[in-house]
Design a protein around this ligand. Structure first.
Ligand code: CA
Ligand code: CA
Length: 470
């Protein structure tokens, strides 16, 4: 078929003498659509569009072996020619073998201009649409992509139809009926599922029959991932102190490290790294973040943390840059710290006291080496009578009356008090030989104002058998 249509001229009609009718050709870039021209009297001339319709186009398409007639455009859609206008007022039934067999005004008789040059679009004249993609090349995950399909304006002007965009090896299919000669398909927020080869096709329906253009070339949609730097933060219910140099966490408390990344990234996993150690924890991202829980802060958790995000698709891996480092230091609880300080202080105080006490005892021992501590006891004899007193064998002990001393100090000692200071010794005194003393003996009387301690000493100093008269 291609060979027969070389130069837009059917080989059967290359020479008018061999053809049942006049040779015909379509002057356009495609073989089976364009401006109709016939060869008569050794001259190529045009056909006027008066009464030009689809039946006329059928004859032309059949004569050129271009399939079914899809359109019979008028008004020089495929451009104006100059020179001869051969036919006017052509009326075909559609069954004629050539235009020359159809009714017309005769060769060269017309009332037309070249602005009325007639054209045809045959089914074989539907060429493959053009296809293009914007942006060109790899598309970043999450971006929008436009794929545009187009046909020639001549065909679009004369032939309503729609464009179909398909992806090879998938069920992807989109349809548009544009008012212009092109259709733009937008794919929003592409992900890996959109990767593949895309193709266009133009479809039209004429007299209840569907006709499709050849499938366009394909464009390849490739998705790449550009990961932003993830962010990192530390939180806790209690015990976290934010400082410019990092975060201070109280030992024993819980703390959480959260890694997050822009929502314009595909789903992946977070790695939590502790620099200077082999601790690497991995968690899948949920809503573009992951939280690493440390229920009990210990000193081993101290250090610089960072997050890295990674996306894996098939055999491809996309890894983000490392987040900023965040320093986590573990400190003692304040209460424990205060308790420890207090305990140490108390212990220190006790030590000082102990040392001081020991030093004192040593000094005391140094003053009285090996001596017993003797308490001097004054043994006093009670005067039995005035004679003894005079001879000095005894002494009449002035009673030590505390109250009297107080009174003396107050200057209120009274004379008559002396007699009252004496009571019957029978009540408080004891004999030195164990026998009951004679009643109403003068020796039975003792000054009770004397302190009890001295009485006791007196008793133990002179007498072995003691009983108290009651
Ligand atoms: Ca006309
Ligand atoms: Ca006319």
């Amino acid at each position: 078929m291609t060979t027969n249509k070389t130069h837009g001229l059917s080989m059967n009609c290359l020479f008018s003498v061999l053809c049942p009718g006049v040779p015909v050709r379509l002057s356009a870039s495609t073989w089976c659509s364009g401006r109709v021209e016939i060869y008569y009297n050794n001259t190529w001339g045009t056909v006027c569009d008066d009464y030009w319709d689809l039946n006329n186009a059928k004859v032309v398409c059949k004569q050129l072996d271009c399939g079914a007639a899809l359109s019979a455009p008028k008004e020089a859609i495929f451009g104006r020619r100059t020179g001869q206008i051969w036919l006017d007022d052509v009326r075909c039934s559609g069954s004629e073998a050539s235009l020359a067999e159809c009714q017309h005004r005769g060769f060269g008789t017309h009332n037309c201009k070249h602005s009325e040059d007639a054209g045809v679009v045959c089914s074989e004249g539907l060429t493959k649409p053009n296809i293009s993609m914007n942006p060109v090349g790899e598309v970043t995950w999450g971006q929008n992509v436009d794929i545009t399909c187009s046909i020639s304006t001549q065909i679009q002007h004369s032939l309503p139809g729609n464009f179909i965009l398909t992806k090879t090896s998938s069920s992807f299919r989109q349809n548009q009926t544009p008012s212009t000669n092109l259709a733009a398909f937008s794919i929003n927020k592409v992900d890996f599922d959109y990767e593949g080869l895309y193709q266009c096709q133009f479809q039209t329906s004429v007299s209840g029959r569907d006709f499709s253009s050849p499938i366009s070339d394909s464009v390849k949609l490739s998705v790449t991932v550009r990961l932003q730097q993830p962010s990192i933060s530390v939180t806790s219910n209690t015990g976290v102190v934010l400082r410019p140099e990092g975060v201070e966490v109280t030992r024993g408390y819980d703390f959480l490290i959260t890694c997050s990344i822009s929502s314009h990234c595909p789903t992946g996993v977070f790695f939590l790294n502790l620099s200077g150690s082999n601790i690497i924890e991995t968690k899948p991202a949920i809503n573009h973040s992951a939280t690493f829980n440390f229920p009990v802060a210990e000193y081993e958790h101290q250090g610089h943390y960072s997050c890295v995000y990674e996306v894996t698709w098939s055999t491809r891996k996309y890894t983000s840059t490392q987040s900023t480092l965040i320093s986590v230091s573990i400190k003692l609880p304040l209460l424990l710290l205060v308790s420890l300080v207090a305990a140490w202080g108390l212990l220190l105080l006790l030590l000082v006291l102990l040392v001081d006490c020991l030093t004192c005892r040593r000094r005391q021992r140094a003053r009285q080496p090996g001596a017993l501590v003797m308490t001097p006891v004054t043994v006093r004899n009670h005067c039995e009578d005035e004679e003894d007193k005079d001879e000095g064998v005894c002494e009449n002990i002035e009673p030590v009356d505390t109250r009297r001393k107080q009174k003396e100090q107050a200057g209120r000692v009274e004379e008559e008090e002396s007699e009252n200071n004496y009571v019957e010794a029978e009540e408080v005194f004891v004999t030195v030989d164990g026998n009951r003393p004679e009643e109403n003996d003068e020796s039975d009387y003792v000054d009770v104002t004397q302190p009890l301690a001295e009485q006791t000493v007196d008793i133990f100093g002179e007498h072995q058998n003691i009983y108290q008269k009651t």
